[in-house]
Design a protein around this ligand. Sequence first.
Ligand SMILES: Nc1ncnc2c1ncn2[C@@H]1O[C@H](COP(=O)(O)OP(=O)(O)OP(=O)(O)O)[C@@H](O)[C@H]1O
Length: 901
Amino acid sequence: MLGRGERRQRARNALEELRKALRLALGAAAAARQNAQTRKDQLEFEQQVMRLGLARARLDPAILEARQQPALAQTWDKVIAERDELYAEWHPKGPHRLRELVKEHSPGVAGAPWQEWLGNPVSQKTGGETPAMWRIGRAVVEQAPHEEEFPVAVPLLDRAHLRVTSVPDSRSVVDALVETLLLRLLSTYRPGLIRVHLWDIGHLTGSLPNLQPLTAAGLLTVHDPTRLDDLLADMAGHIRRVHAKAMRAGETSLRSVCVTNDERIEPWRVVVLFGNGDRLPDEQQRELQRVARTGLDAGVHLICVDVPLSANSPMETIMFSDAQHATTTMTGTGVAFHPDPAPDGGMASRAVTKIAEDLITRRGKPRTFADLLPGELGQLSSREELRAPVGFADGVPVEVVLGDATPHALIAGPSGSGKTNFLYAMLGGLAARYSPDELELYLLDFKEGVSFAGLAPGRKDPSWLPQARLVGVNVNTDREFGLALLRFLTQELARRAEAAKRQEVTKLSELREAEPEGHWPRIVAVIDEFQALFGGRDRITQQATVLLEDVARRGRSQGIHLVLASQDIAGIEAFWGKPAVFEQCTLRIAMPKAKRVLSEHNNAAISLPRWHAVINHDSGVSHGNQVAHIPDASAKGTFDDLQKKLWATGTSLAPALFDGAHQPLLGDAADFVDPSGPLLGQVIEVSCRAAAVSLDAVPGRNLAVIGTATEDALSIMESAAYSLARKHEPGSCDFSVWCAVPALQERVTRLARILVAVGHSVDLRTGEDIAQLVPSSGERPRFILFFAVDSAHQWLERKEPPAMRSGLDDFRALLKNGPANHVHTIGWWRGTGRLKDTLGFGGADDIGAWVALDVQGAELNSLAAGQVIDWSPRPKRAIFFDKSIHSSPDVIIPFDTLDPS
Ligand SMILES: Nc1ncnc2c1ncn2[C@@H]1O[C@H](COP(=O)(O)OP(=O)(O)OP(=O)(O)O)[C@@H](O)[C@H]1O
C-alpha cells in the first residue's frame, strides 16, 4: 500500500505533467494563430495592392505604412517580383498582341481614329458581320513606358451593354467618350439602322449637343427626364414585338428576325441613360434590368452612365476615378485607361447632319407600288399564311400577315386618309405572290362609288383580277348582299370543317397536307365601310353580327380571313356588347387620325404623316406598331397594270360582279340562256343568280306582283314573259296578255309583239273582253300575263244574266283550277288589299308565289303563311317569296328588260 504522502506526490506529478502538456499545446496554438494571422494580413495586403494597382499602391499612405511590417514588406517584394516576372514576358510582346487583336476585331470605323472616317461619305452598309469591338480609348500598364500603350475596345452591337461611372469632374470626358462611340456606330451603317434614345435625368436638352441634328431624321430621340417609364416601356415593347415576330415566323433565333439575307432589317436601338449615381426607383430598376436581360438579341443596347445596373447580361464597365484616370473591366485594374480625344465638335455635328440628310433623302425617294411586287409573280404557297409587303419604313418593306396568329384585319381612318389605297396596296402585294389556287378574294364596298369595280371586267377594260371571285360595288343600300357574303363564308367554313373532320385535322395547313389534290385556297373577304352592315336596328344587323362573329371565330383555323375597313370603328354600336369580332381582328391598321382601332393608350395614329399607316399585328398595343409609308396603289399604271399582267397570263374565270347602282340586264343574266321558269330579277346573293318561280301543273302555281311601282312591276312581268317565251318552243305554249290600263297599252302591245315575233301565239286583250275568260283547252300550257288586275275589276265584277256569274268568279276559278291544267296566271296588283279583293275569302292559297315592291312588310304577313316579313320598300328592289321553297323571302333587283334579246 502506498503511503498517503506518496499518493499525493504522484498526483502532484501527474498534474505537473498535464500542465506541461497543456503549456506546450497552447504555445503551439499561439504560434499557429500568429502564423495564420500573418498570412491573412499578407493576403489582405496583396488584395489591397491588387485593387489599387501597383502604381497607386506605391503612393498610398496606408500601404506605405503597412510595408514597415517585415511580413508585409515581404509580400510587397513578392508582388513586385511576380509582376516583374509577368511583365518580362509582356513587355516585348503584350502591347503589340493587343494592338493586333483590337485591330482585327474592330475593323474600319469601329477602330480607326475619327480623323479617318468622320464626315466621310455616308455609309450604306446594311448588314454583314457586326464588329466584335468598338474602340473607346487607349491604356497602358502602370509604370510602363508610353510606347507600350495599346488600344481599348468594348463589345457592343449584338454583344454587350456598356456601363460608365463618372466622378464630378469627369462628366465632359464621359460625354465625349459616349459621343465618339455613337459616332462610330452611326458612321458604320446606313442611316436608319442605328436609332439613339437619349435620357438624361438632369436635362431635357443639352446632352450630346453635337448629335442633336440627328433628331430631325428621327435618328435621335431625346426623352423627357421625367418619362423614363415611357422609354423603358417602349423598349420592352419593341423587344416583345421582335420576339412575337420570331414566334410567328417560327424562327428559333430571335436575332435572325432582325436580319434577312444578311441584311439588317430591324434597326439597333442604342439607349443612352445619364443618371446621377442613385439607384432608380424599384419599378424602373426592374424594367431596366429586364431590358438589359432581353434586349441584346432584339438589338436593344444600353449605355448607362451613372445608372446602377447589375450585370445580368454581358456588360462592360468603365470607372472613372477622376477626370484623368479610369479603369475598365476589359483591361482590369493596374491598367490606366484614357478615353480617345473627342472629335472636333463642329465636324461631328456636320457629319451627323449629313447622316440625317441622307436618311431624309432616301425616305423621300418615292417607293412605288412596283417596289411591293416580287421578282416572279404567283410563286408563294398560302398553306401556312398569306404575307405581303404593303409599305416601307425607311426604305425597308413592312409586311402584313394573315394566318392563324393574325387571322383578320381591321382598318380604320377618316375619309380620304387612304384606306382604299391601302387595300389596293395589300391586294396587289398578295395577288402578285399567290395564284388563284392559293388565294380567292371576295370584295365588297358599301361606299357609294366603285372602288373595286375595276377588279371585275368592265366596258372599258375587259381584264379582271384573277384571284377575285366576287366583286360587290355600290352595296350601300343592299345590306342583304353583305349578309349574303357572310352566309356564303359560313357555308364555306362548314365545308372546310367537314373536310377537316374527315381527315381528322384541325387547321387548313394540315388539311392541305392531308388532301394535296383538294382545292383549299385561303379566302380573303374584304368589306370596305363594313359598318354599313350594322346600320339599322333590325334583323339584318342582328344576323350580320352573329354571322360575322362566327366567321371571325371559326375562320381563323380554316383559312378564311376578314379584312374589315371603316371610317369610324367607334360608331359600330352593334359591336360594343360583342367584342368577339374585335378580338379576333388581331391585325390592326390605322390610317392617319384613325380612332379606336389601336388600343386605348396607343396614340401612334394621331401624329402619322399623310400616306402612312400604323401596321400592328398585336391587336393594337403600342409595342406592335410599325409605321410604314404606303405607296400610291390607285394611280394609273400601278394596280391596274399588275392586274392586266396577271390576267393576261392566267386562265381564270371572271369574278361575279354585283353593282347595286345598276339594274342588271335581263339579256346578260346567265340564267336567261336556259331559264328554268319565269325569271323575276337578280337575287341579292353571292352567286348573283336570277330568281325563278317554277310553274308545275299543281294547284297554287300562280304568281302575284304587288305594288304601285309601275316600272318595276312592268320589268318583272316582262322578265317573266320573255323568259317563259325563251323556255318554251314556239307553238308549245300560249300567252295571254291582258291589260285594262290605257296608259300601259303601248308597253303591253310591245310585249305581245315581241312574243309573236319569236313565234308564240298571243291573246292580247286591252278592253272589256278581258272579262270573257276562255276556258282552257288543257292541251298546251297557257301563261296569262294580267297587268293591273285591279283596274279590270270594273268589268270582272259585272254579272251577266242568266247565270249571274261574274267574270271575277270565273277568274277566281281560273286561279284555283288553272295551274293543275297548266294555266298559270302571272298577275300584277297595285296593293295587297286589291289582291285580296280579287282572291276573295280563302283565295290566298291560289297565289303560291309573290313579288312585292313598294309594300310594307307588315301587309305581307298574311300572304306568307304567317311568316313575319321584315321589309322596308326601296326603289328598284323587291322581295320574292315562293311558299313552296322559301322560309324567308329573297330580295331581288328587277331586270332591265328594255332590250330582252
Ligand atoms: N399612299 C398614297 N399615295 C398617294 N396618294 C394616295 C395614297 N393614298 C391615297 N391616296 C389618294 O388619296 C385619295 C383618297 O384615298 P382613298 O380613296 O384611299 O381614301 P379612303 O380613306 O378610302 O377615303 P374614303 O373613305 O373617302 O374613300 C385618292 O385620290 C388616292 O389616290
